[in-house]
Write a protein that binds this ligand. Structure first.
Ligand SMILES: [Zn+2]
Length: 249
């Protein structure tokens, strides 16, 4: 199969089986795409509600295009990250709902082989930038899913969740002891979650945090809070209808 067909094959797979409406893997090594999809498949198996979350996967420009389609909905704009190989667009309209979550790969990932990409992550983990089991590219996908759970399950505002964290790390300044990337509570939560996904037999603290997230997920699933791509599509369809209607008048 030539490269274009391979990309199309993966894009179709993500649309059909992962329920992601907009997918673009342009410029990525097929093995990198495969790793990304494997990480998502594993996460979807553990947390099936994720299939209602993602509106898009693509590069920054691509996501920006989908994002601007529903522009009047959004209040926050995220800029492309240089350091992250992967960023998440989790945009929140504070008045209404969470309504657009997309997974984006940065320019750093384009044209790199999986081996090169894994090597970067592995070296970062070795110098303490990431927790001990986050040694491959897959961990960056889980890190982003950690942000999604923080966001949707409102972990950072949850006193019981924060109690578990502060029993082990009483001060915010101590988060970087877990991983040097954990410079804020948000990043810390994403890092602990990535470690939990990479190594279910990680230490007691990671397990406690992971199990808490699992329990909260179980309690809140099925209540519609994960239905983000549906809200996104409803908005897009309404915007299309309105523009057609305006033209026909
Ligand atoms: Zn992050």
């Amino acid at each position: 199969m030539d490269a274009i067909k391979v990309h199309k094959h993966y894009e179709d797979y993500a649309k059909k089986y992962l329920n992601i409406p907009n997918v673009n893997f342009e410029g990525l090594d097929p093995l990198v795409i495969n790793e990304m999809l494997e990480a998502l498949i594993y996460a979807y198996k553990k947390y099936p509600e994720l299939r209602n979350v993602f509106c898009s996967i693509g590069n920054f420009e691509d996501l920006k295009a989908h994002f601007s389609l529903a522009e009047n909905y959004y209040e926050e704009m995220v800029t492309e990250s240089e350091s992250d190989m992967f960023i998440i667009w989790s945009l929140l309209n504070r008045k209404t709902h969470n309504n657009f979550i997309g997974l984006s790969y940065s320019k750093n990932l384009v044209g790199k082989t999986l081996k090169e990409v894994d090597e970067v992550t592995c070296n970062d983990a070795k110098r303490g930038l990431h927790p001990q089991s986050c040694t491959t590219f897959k961990s960056s996908v889980y890190h982003e899913i950690g942000h999604i759970f923080d966001f949707i399950l409102r972990l950072r505002k949850d006193p019981n969740f924060l109690k578990i964290i502060h029993e082990k790390y009483p001060y915010e300044s101590m988060y970087t002891e877990f991983s040097r990337y954990s410079i804020t509570l948000e990043e810390f939560i994403a890092e602990v979650f990535a470690e939990y996904m990479m190594n279910p037999n990680s230490d007691e603290f990671v397990n406690k945090v992971g199990k808490y997230i699992d329990r909260k997920y179980e309690i809140l699933k099925g209540m519609g809070i994960f239905n983000i791509n549906e809200i996104y599509w409803r908005h897009i369809r309404r915007a299309e209808f309105e523009s057609t209607y305006a033209r026909s008048k």
